[in-house]
Design a protein around this ligand. Structure first.
Ligand code: XUL
Length: 566
């Protein structure tokens, strides 16, 4: 039997856009096992389908017949686990693909000799915002699964919508405007639910399904997020939505942790009963279904801890704490911010915190990330990262007062486009010397991150640490600027599996959540991130003086784009 066979552990699952993945983490918080299934590669049969045109789905009580999705048109593959529809806006994934992927991962684990009897608890993550529609009668199937058959075979007829809207969908603009109007405007909706209306957010997706396919909607007994759907598969009954992933729906009042009646009413009728009450993210929602006990040998006492969204689960995997910030420097740059008192705004999202229900997590996305850095490297640093670094080292903090904005594609935070350069006197200039250009780009990107995080209520505190991940986190000189602009030390860590690992950590936390033991205590044995840069002396004074100037110039650019206020 394999070496991993008999360690007491928790499992962390990730139902992401492209794959289902699991890690096993032992009581010393070592990851000792991982397995995955990639949808495009391992389940190509789902790629051969095209999408059902909008229209009534099969109605009536559940019968065990294959799911009817009325596919028509030419065959298409899933790409990256999704089907992009002809309108270019609608993006879905087949729900049975996710179920079968779970079957395959479990069978692979069994074949490898994995000892399921040692699993104390399971938890998991799902791509955020996606939704699953369980057909009337599905609950009965879920509670009486036969251990002789795979899940995919038994759940075939359990869904009233077989192609689930996912986070990449942007087809619900009309529903968003309606929801904002019902809530008293975008700002009011953001104050209530943590975000203005976004096309991918689940309430707007549900509203669209109700409007376009009322029969399927009324034949739905339960609506899950991808996370709570995956938890339901393990529980053998419907798992509640957790507060943190529930905050990505435009339906949950993030302070009171209850569904907003105004938002529910604006989206679809009888929605509250189809969603069920939400629960704290660290709640143990029940013991694993006897299906897994009989088929795989799980211990009957193995607990299922509420699943959450992939971003909240990553926060747990990175072990962020109050005042910390994680900066992912990828194609887009993303910021995760731990907040105590959020100020929801028209940009970014505020979610309930997955490891501390009193606190919050904000997410900000900056579209001009590594592609812009590469472009400026090619133009001003001879296509070389070495030259790029040299330019950063040969220029001073604050760049002699020169400030730049580099929005090569339409930026999300803030909504602006084009390149804008200003000299120390605040005059717009058309170009900078090469080295100044490189520093203006990097300082500008990090000042924008700090300012917009502060706009959501973030404050640097003495114990703040910045966790940098993604491609550019390998460049020490870029990280030095990050440390200087934020006035806080920068750490790096391997976060490739952070949603899975965070889910396993959360499973351990769920086991003791009743004792009020804080998450930080549960994960104190986990590997520490590595210190990569500390702020240079004098950095705080330089950037505290520059940040208000940067903010004013950003406003100037925005008023040029949007026109002066009326
Ligand atoms: C977050 C979002 C994505 C998905 C990706 O709001 O839409 O990060 O969670 O899985």
């Amino acid at each position: 039997m394999a070496e991993h066979a008999s360690r007491r552990c928790c499992l962390g699952w990730d139902f992401s856009t492209q794959q289902v993945k699991v890690v096993a983490v032992d009581a010393d918080l070592n990851v000792f096992y991982e397995e995955s299934v990639r949808f495009d590669r391992d389940l190509p049969e789902f790629g051969r389908r095209s999408q059902a045109p909008p229209g009534p789905a099969s109605s009536g009580r559940l019968r065990l017949l294959p799911a009817q999705s009325a596919f028509s048109g030419s065959p298409r593959r899933t790409r990256g686990g999704v089907h992009i529809h002809k309108d270019g806006l609608t993006v879905t994934s087949p729900v049975l693909m996710w179920v079968q992927a779970l079957d395959i991962v479990l069978e692979k684990m069994k074949a490898s000799g994995f000892d399921f009897s040692q699993v104390l608890a399971v938890s998991g993550a799902g791509q955020q915002h996606g939704s699953v529609f369980w057909k009337a009668g599905a609950s009965q199937v879920l509670t009486s699964l036969s251990p002789d058959l795979p899940l995919g075979q038994q759940l075939q007829a359990c869904f009233s919508i077989t192609d689930c809207p996912v986070w990449m969908d942007s087809s619900t603009t009309a529903q968003c405007r309606r929801l904002e109007a019902a809530a008293g405007g975008a700002q009011a909706l953001s104050r209530l639910t943590g975000s203005r209306a976004y096309e991918r957010f689940t309430g707007n997706q549900i509203a669209k399904i109700y409007q376009q396919n009322p029969e399927a909607y009324s034949n739905t007994e339960r609506i899950s997020l991808v996370s709570s759907f995956a938890a339901s598969l393990f529980l053998g009954s419907y798992s509640p939505v957790d507060y943190s992933d529930g905050s990505g729906m435009n339906l949950l009042q993030i302070h009171d942790k209850v569904w907003s009646q105004v938002c529910l009413g604006a989206c679809a009728p009888r929605l509250e009963e189809k969603l069920g009450p939400p629960v704290p993210s660290c709640a143990a929602v029940g013991a694993i279904s006897s299906y897994y006990v009989w088929r795989y040998g799980f211990h009957p006492g193995c607990q299922v801890v509420a699943f959450t969204g992939d971003n909240p689960a990553s926060l747990a995997g990175m072990r962020l704490e109050e005042g910390d910030i994680a900066v992912s420097l990828g194609t887009s740059d993303t910021l995760f911010v731990w907040l105590r008192e959020p100020v929801p705004a028209l940009e970014g999202h505020v979610f309930c915190n997955p490891v501390d229900p009193q606190h919050f997590l904000a997410l900000l996305c900056f579209k001009n990330g590594s592609l812009t850095r590469e472009k400026v490297r090619d133009e001003s640093a001879s296509c070389s990262w070495g030259e790029f670094s040299r330019a950063l080292r040969s220029t001073q903090m604050g760049n002699g007062g020169n400030l730049g904005f580099y929005f090569d594609v339409m930026e999300i935070t803030p909504e602006a486009t084009g390149r804008h350069r200003f000299n120390a006197e605040g005059h717009e200039v058309s170009a900078f010397p090469r080295d100044v250009e490189v520093r203006a780009l990097v300082e500008g990107q990090f000042m924008a991150k700090r300012l917009h995080a502060e706009g959501l209520g973030y404050r640097v505190v003495p114990k703040t640490k910045i966790l940098a991940t993604g491609g550019a986190s390998h460049n020490r000189d870029i990280l030095q600027v990050l440390a200087d602009v934020f006035g806080a030390p920068v750490y790096v860590m391997d976060t490739a599996n952070s949603a899975c690992v965070g889910s396993a950590y959360r499973a351990f936390h769920g086991l003791v959540a009743g004792t009020n033991m804080p998450f930080s205590e549960v994960v104190k044995l986990a590997p520490n991130p590595r210190l990569a840069a500390t702020p240079a002396p004098g950095a705080a004074q330089v950037y505290e003086a520059l940040l208000p100037k940067y903010a004013k110039l950003e406003q100037r650019i925005l008023s040029q784009v949007q026109g002066p206020p009326e």
